[in-house]
Design a protein around this ligand. Structure first.
Ligand SMILES: [Fe+2]
Ligand SMILES: [Fe+2]
Length: 552
């Protein structure tokens, strides 16, 4: 086993795109898994990314912009619509109605503002919370300010329980479709293309697995967020795009952990801790409990460092600003997660527990690598309460595992133990499937040369010296990777779709997972990998949930 000091991975900003060869290299394992997939699922063709909206300056009557939808804790009855404006809006509000019936109620929006630490710019955001909606119902809305044109949108509430199947989608590490400011942050055309590719599949909701727009490494963070939401609102205005906070949402000096932009711009389900609102939360859609968590709380890696902010945020040193925030919740998030998992594992109408997070528990690339802190703090809870699926990012490629539970015998690295060997059909009563879906659009995909060969895992086990002025380098090691079921070494960009069948003949439920990939500069996202997760309905629950019952 080798021990090396890793380079900084993708943490530094980059403005260059690496050349990427056209077309994926297809391994024998991949052929076995994906045979017939191309015939079974359609290509998804995105439109060209739109040019950025450029404001000429704040003025009274600024129209609503950056409109996006989020689910509340109960996706069948609760939705929030959020937006921003270039200046303080007068009478911000939302009109709601049902398709074909006109608008009914009008809901005032709450204004939330923050001052961005780098520039001092004040950002105005608005949030309209909608309650008591009808399940599985399409709604129309428009958001309004006094003296500005309204912006229309639509959304659909979730079905309740096992009443109907649906699809959701997921990716992480998107960035924005064109450079802003000095171009210090990542940007690619694919960050635009992927929005249309996702939207073309008409998901009920979309999960963003952290590293949303990389505002923390930009000289123009407010414009970066504006570009991000302007780009995504082509879809996020019509369906919830639900986020997890990644290391690049940590804009040091914006609030105690740097998450103030993220927290202000989203309206996410309550977690009982106002100071950490949005950092972790959950919602229920049909038979699925989605739990979004923030791994910066437990990761060893120093992932939030930004030399630009160190050098340009006024008073950085005098104020004691520090982007290394490991352990910031002092166990609060872990305690919440355990309560949440315990409740979800007991609920008879929840068949699937899906965790959305950013940094990964397993990876076979020397990019960042997986993080031992996640294994120490969170994986025992995933095992104890039967988490079915984890979607993550951080590593800028696609990779997935067999179901895992526990650790390899005698492993001091807590290497997860595979509990199955069939990559195409997985019973998640055996363990948790982890997916890295980090090809949302960042201009530096994991290069093929970063994948460990022949095929070991890569793990961050500590950090070297560092300080708020100097990033801690990661200390990494390699490990056996019997957990690895599939990895794509060649396709830089992509997302995954999840087709949920809540009730099948014979008393089972299934989720069919398809990974779509695209070459750099291409708007065509093609199916490359597919597998099925299937298990009995919760009323006939198996080993995973029984573990949960004996754990308490
Ligand atoms: Fe990333
Ligand atoms: Fe990341």
């Amino acid at each position: 086993m080798t021990m090396v000091i890793a380079r900084r991975g993708h943490l530094a900003a980059t403005t260059t795109e690496r050349p990427v060869s056209e077309g994926p290299e297809v391994s024998r394992r991949q052929v076995l898994i994906t045979g017939g997939v191309a015939a079974a699922v359609p290509l998804v063709r995105g439109r060209a990314a739109p040019s950025l909206v450029r404001r000429t300056g704040a003025r009274p009557g600024s129209p609503p912009e950056q409109v996006h939808v989020q689910f509340g804790a109960d996706a069948a009855s609760q939705v929030a619509v959020s937006w921003a404006a270039a200046a303080a809006a007068r009478r911000p509000r939302l009109r709601l109605g049902q398709a074909g019936r006109g608008f009914g109620i009008e809901v005032p929006a709450e204004e939330r503002v923050y001052a961005e630490a780098l520039s001092g710019a004040v950002v105005h955001t608005y949030h309209a919370r909608l309650q008591h909606l009808q399940e599985d119902t399409p709604y129309v809305y428009e958001v309004l300010h006094e003296g500005a044109e309204p912006v229309p949108g639509t959304f659909r509430t979730s079905p309740r329980g096992r009443s109907r199947g649906f699809r959701f989608t997921s990716f992480g590490d998107q960035s924005i479709p064109a450079p802003v400011g000095l171009g210090l942050g990542p940007a690619t055309a694919n960050a635009g293309f992927i929005v249309d590719a996702v939207d073309a599949l008409d998901p009920l909701f979309h999960l963003m697995n952290g590293d949303l727009c990389y505002a923390n490494v930009s000289d123009a963070p407010v414009q970066t967020w504006t570009s991000f939401f302007t780009n995504n609102m082509r879809s996020a205005r019509f369906r919830p795009w639900m986020p997890a906070a990644g290391n690049h949402e940590n804009e040091v000096a914006n609030g105690p952990q740097g998450y103030l932009s993220y927290q202000t711009r989203f309206e996410l389900p309550d977690n009982g801790s106002p100071e950490f609102r949005g950092n972790w939360y959950s919602f229920t859609a049909g038979p699925i409990r989605v739990i979004s968590i923030n791994n910066d709380d437990v990761c060893l890696q120093d992932g939030g460092f930004s030399a630009f902010r160190r050098d340009n945020v006024p008073g950085y040193q005098a104020n004691g600003d520090n982007p290394y925030i490991t352990g910031y919740s002092q166990g609060l998030q872990r305690a919440w997660l355990e309560r949440e998992l315990a409740e979800a594992s007991r609920a008879d109408d929840i068949d699937w527990i899906v965790v959305c997070m950013h940094q990964v528990a397993m990876s076979s690339a020397h990019f960042n690598g997986a993080d031992l802190g996640i294994r120490q703090e969170f994986l025992p809870l995933f095992d104890a309460y039967g988490v079915d699926l984890v979607v993550a990012g951080h590593e800028h490629h696609f990779e997935r595992t067999f179901p895992v539970r526990g650790v390899l015998p005698g492993s001091t690295l807590l290497t997860p133990a595979p509990r199955g060997s069939n990559p195409a059909e997985i019973d998640t009563r055996d363990g948790t499937v982890h997916m890295i879906i980090g090809g949302g659009g960042h201009s530096t995909p994991t290069p093929p040369s970063d994948f460990d060969m022949p095929h070991d895992g890569v793990l961050i086990v500590g950090v070297g010296p560092g300080s708020p002025q100097s990033q801690h380098a990661s200390i990494t090691t390699t490990e056996p990777a019997p957990w690895s079921a599939y990895r794509d070494l060649q396709t830089p960009y992509g997302f995954a779709s999840f087709d949920v069948l809540p009730s099948e003949p014979g008393g089972t439920t299934s989720i069919t997972v398809t990974h779509y990939g695209a070459a750099a500069g291409s708007s065509v996202y093609s199916p490359l990998d597919q597998f099925v997760m299937r298990k009995p309905l919760h009323g006939t629950r198996g080993a995973g949930r029984q573990l949960a019952r004996t754990h308490r």
